[in-house]
Write a protein that binds this ligand. Sequence first.
Ligand code: FAD
Length: 489
Amino acid sequence: MKKVNSLRKFPRNNHPINEDGDYVLYWMSINRRLQYNYALELAVGYANKLDKPLLIYEGLSCDIPWACDRFHQFLIEGMAETDTFCRDNGISYYSYIEKEPEEGAGLVESLAKNACVIIADEYPVYIIRPYNRLMARKVNVPYITVDSNGIIPLNLTEKAPYSAYIFRKIMQKHFLNCFQNGPAENPLDDLQNRSGVSLSEKHLKQWPDAAPLYEDIPATVASLHINHQVKSLAMKGTRAYALQQMNQFLENKLNDYHEKRNDPDEGAASGLSPWLHYGKISEYEVVLAALRRQPRDWSYDDITFNKGQRDGFFNGNPNVEAFLDELITWREVGFHFCHHVHNYDKYESLPDWALQTLEEHSMDERQYVYSFEELENAQTHDPIWNAAQRQLVRDGIIQNYLRMLWGKKVLEWTPDPRTALEYLIELNNKYAIDGRDPNSYSGIFWIFGRFDRAWGPERPIYGKVRYMTSDSTAKKIKLKSYLREYASS
Ligand SMILES: Cc1cc2nc3c(=O)[nH]c(=O)nc-3n(C[C@H](O)[C@H](O)[C@H](O)COP(=O)(O)OP(=O)(O)OC[C@H]3O[C@@H](n4cnc5c(N)ncnc54)[C@H](O)[C@@H]3O)c2cc1C
């Protein structure tokens, strides 16, 4: 079999290495962590081979889509933590926070001039993919993106998986090989040349290091030219917070996951999606930690290829099995899909059967039609939907089962499916702290039939697309305290 980790490397241009450069540059744009990170591992490898120091650069622009207090505060908290770690450990780390649009233009190109080679993060959605393409053309040194997103390298699939079942089959076949070629826990431990990098005066004058801005993060966030209406959250965007969240989940909730994950009142899910999204924690380390919760006599030999069936693959604790199915299969099917399908965020990317049935029902009469503002302000007739929307606006998240209902009702209450899709992308990505992720598009497009099949009987508006009602949701899951908590804004 092809070496798994070579599948993670994407050389984006053909420039030769600049042997006279001052450093190897790692541009950390989405997998914002110094542990379990293949990209950083490769950057350290180049630095050692060339006997050069390593410069890690992390930036934050203010004119990126949906920039607001919520996302910026979360990201800046993480950057501050990384800054402290690097100072304490003699690692050259430079971070920059743009205060006004365009102020940061030219920064990466400027860093590239003194670099031998640039390593950056591979990511299939949002602004990262177009930025990578653009930067690879602009610089005169090799620009290599590295996929540190999941267990199964994006390049291992040859085409988009159209269902979780298809992807699970591929995952089951390759899991052990990929997992056993996992990333190093602390790649920086191997860095040999620690002479440090000093940036030019001119450079720092134009783009001052962000370190002083970490002293008062709320004040920094308030000073940025971003949307201040979407408020910051109590959760912290640090790796320390993510690890604490993971450990508490494994300790206290994992054993209820299978049975209670869907009940908002139980809160049995991990809550890890925000840190997975910003890459503060790696999926690999969460899988590793979850597998340590298998029964004592469990071993990797118990893993059995099960033809894409959900159960009977890991074979141990059913809660671990259920959690890892979400974390690996459901998380990664979306990454692989977006990697192969470049119009992943467009209505036309839906499967043919869904496009056809939605079209046939697009003129069906709607009992309720709400405007974007009415939805945003949770002004519908449905208390469960309003509670979910309030949770999204207030807490930046909706519990998974309700997220499905929330999306299905927008399809039902808008003039046509294209409008529904537009509203859902906007609501999700504006407020959800885990939004703008491949999983955002998996979840939203699932509402319209992606990764699903046709269902009968055919219904008004939905056609053959799966249907959900608030009444059946209320019967199926425990909601009492949830509805009390989100009864008003
Ligand atoms: C309309 C809609 C919109 C969604 N938007 C997002 C989004 O913006 N960002 C996002 O990360 N997820 C999104 N999801 C998927 C899912 O709701 C969340 O991943 C999950 O609720 C996160 O909570 P958790 O971390 O406690 O999950 P857990 O149940 O603890 O699962 C662990 C991890 O597995 C992955 N996962 C779990 N369920 C799913 C799923 N159904 N699809 C894909 N991956 C999954 C996530 O990475 C999650 O963090 C959306 C789903 C729907 C229906």
